[in-house]
Design a binder for this molecule. Structure first.
Ligand SMILES: Nc1nc2c(ncn2[C@@H]2O[C@H](COP(=O)(O)OP(=O)(O)OP(=O)(O)O)[C@@H](O)[C@H]2O)c(=O)[nH]1
Length: 546
């Protein structure tokens, strides 16, 4: 079943359920005019109206949703007021009649099947060639950039004219397009708008290079959604790092959403909607299981219904916030509540945002995606080193501790390696601290390119790195790290007019089941092997105890 068919099927299920919902409401409406005040029935009536106001709009019944919200507010006033008995009698009769007439508002907004497809969201990033394309008319610079990208394992293609690029673009598009905005001779004749024409249709992620730092060009780049703007002379390692960041974001795992809502159909509707936009979600119907489910699913965000029968969303959010590890988890309330005071109260108790039901489809998708992007960025800032994007010292140590505990329990083998750049002080002294930083960043980029996605990489100290390779023995780890070491020494760095290369020494320690060493000792062992590699002449790998 296609995405739109799924949503329509849910819409039909809702329409089929609607007569029962309205009949329940009619039944409860009689309590308004009964001789004996039945508080329980009146509370149920308020709850049903609130739910209807929130759900009907989502299923294409906006008029019903609006009317239910209106009657919900009138009921609230009626029950809250210390009213004059005549007014009460009158108003409750009127309200009863209007509740009986709710079905007249149940006409769908649009014909079934006419729902607009969310194709823009769905198609983003799909079907692109896993390549980086370069548009640079300076052949020397272009070739050097190409060589750098290839050294880091990217598949790259160089175009030296706009005409060449346009022709290739008509056939396929790369994941990332790095382009010079002012091409030498062609620059004057090519209208910038022509670029815009091509780029507005482009699905590729864009990075611009420019000979001048020109505010208007930057503005135009920003309006085209560029994810980088680099000025010549180019800082090539930084550009390569940016390409890598852009690709990492493009291939970021799908956003994981936990939906907490007692309304089953509505929760399934949100789930389908999010799935259609490329996100993964789980539904939790039993709020009391929330901590257990958070630990199993590790969601990026929680969408929480505010009014649930047994536990209110805001109290549930407050419980989540009692756990330190879930302090930063974004929680967005979904509710038909449109009283700003109630909304603020709920936000004060641990929620981050408030979406009023019925939530517009596109609004829900954008709100969830943007929240997840922000929270992933924050998490990165907290745990990752800014120069290299690798884990910080404390985080990599925690990871090694965790892996050690898992390996011990499961009887797995794993390896820890320490890497240290050789004679790095000399690089700094000869070429300056900034060039030294580029070398450090290149170690990180090459490590990410050569190691498996499951390996964990950290910057342990200034020019020292720690690597954790799970489910891997020393022999296999040695092959991968030796390959890395050789590729690293082949990289050519440039500083002003001098070209130079740098080497790295590596110490490796293995953990095998039954070994009586803890995580801390493993790190010490890897460090001892590294010391031996340095002593033996550097630019080599030594295995502890071998
Ligand atoms: N550019 C730059 N330099 C750093 C950074 N962190 C540490 N360093 C420098 O790294 C150098 C490390 O030098 P040493 O520990 O003496 O060792 P080395 O010169 O690499 O020599 P060996 O390790 O013995 O091969 C020092 O000069 C530090 O100032 C950083 O973030 N950026």
């Amino acid at each position: 079943m296609s995405f739109n068919e799924q949503l329509l099927a849910l819409q039909r299920q809702y329409s089929a359920k609607l007569p029962d919902i309205l009949s329940d409401i009619r039944g409860l409406a009689d309590a308004l005019v009964a001789d004996k005040h039945d508080t329980q029935k009146l509370e149920s009536l308020a709850e049903q109206l609130h739910k209807l106001a929130g759900s009907a709009g989502t299923f294409g019944l906006s008029a019903l949703s609006t009317q239910a919200a209106l009657l919900d507010r009138r009921l609230e006033t009626l029950l809250a007021a210390d009213a004059d008995p005549d007014w009460y009698r009158n108003e409750s009769r009127l309200l009863q009649t209007e509740l009986y007439n709710l079905q007249h508002f149940a006409a769908p907004d649009q014909l079934p099947g006419a729902r607009p497809a969310l194709s823009g969201e769905l198609a983003k990033g799909e079907g692109l060639a896993a390549e980086v394309w370069l548009l640079e008319d300076d052949e020397f610079l272009g070739s050097s950039l190409l060589a750098h990208l290839e050294a880091f394992n990217f598949t790259a293609r160089l175009f030296t004219s706009y005409a060449q690029l346009t022709e290739a673009y008509a056939l396929e598009q790369p994941e990332v397009l790095v382009m010079d905005v002012l091409l030498g001779a062609e620059g004057r004749s090519v209208d910038r708008l022509q670029y815009s024409g091509l780029l507005k249709k482009a699905q590729s992620r864009l990075i611009f290079i420019s000979a001048r730092d020109d505010f208007n060009a930057r503005l135009q780049a920003a309006s085209l959604g560029a994810e980088g703007f680099f000025i010549k002379p180019l800082d090539v390692p930084k550009l390569v790092t940016r390409v890598e960041q852009v690709l990492t974001r493009l291939h970021a795992p799908a956003e994981r959403v936990l939906i907490v809502d007692d309304d089953e159909l509505l929760a399934r509707y949100y789930q389908e909607l999010l799935r259609g936009a490329g996100m993964e979600s789980d539904i939790l119907h039993e709020p009391e299981r929330i901590i257990e489910v958070l630990e199993q699913k590790y969601p990026d965000i929680v969408l929480m219904d505010l009014q649930m029968p047994d536990i209110s969303g805001q109290n549930l959010a407050a419980v989540v916030r009692q756990y330190e590890q879930w302090m930063g988890l974004p929680i967005v309330y979904l509710s038909a509540e449109n009283d700003p005071r109630q909304q603020l109260k709920a936000l004060n108790q641990g929620g981050d945002d408030f979406l009023t039901k019925p939530v517009d489809d596109a609004h829900l998708i954008t709100a969830v995606k943007s929240r997840v992007v922000r929270s992933r960025q924050l998490l990165e800032l907290m745990t990752k080193d800014s120069l290299t994007g690798l884990l910080k010292h404390a985080t990599i140590k925690d990871s090694i501790n965790r892996e050690w505990a898992v390996a011990k329990r499961k009887g797995d083998t794993f390896c820890v390696a320490m890497l240290d750049i050789d004679h790095f002080k000399e690089v700094n002294d000869r070429f300056g601290h900034a060039t030294g930083d580029e070398v450090i960043a290149s170690v990180a980029t090459l490590l990410r390119q050569r190691l498996r996605a499951t390996d964990i990489l950290g910057r342990y100290g200034g020019e020292e790195f720690a690597v954790l390779m799970a489910n891997c023995d020393a022999m296999a780890a040695k092959v991968v790290l030796e390959d890395f070491r050789q590729r690293f020494q082949d990289l050519q760095f440039t500083s002003e007019d001098t070209s130079f290369s740098v080497t790295i020494s590596i110490g490796l320690a293995e953990y095998r089941p039954g070994m009586d060493v803890d995580a801390e000792t493993l790190l010490v062992n890897a460090d001892k092997a590294l010391y031996e590699a340095k002593k033996a002449g550097r630019n080599r790998l030594m295995v502890y105890g071998a």
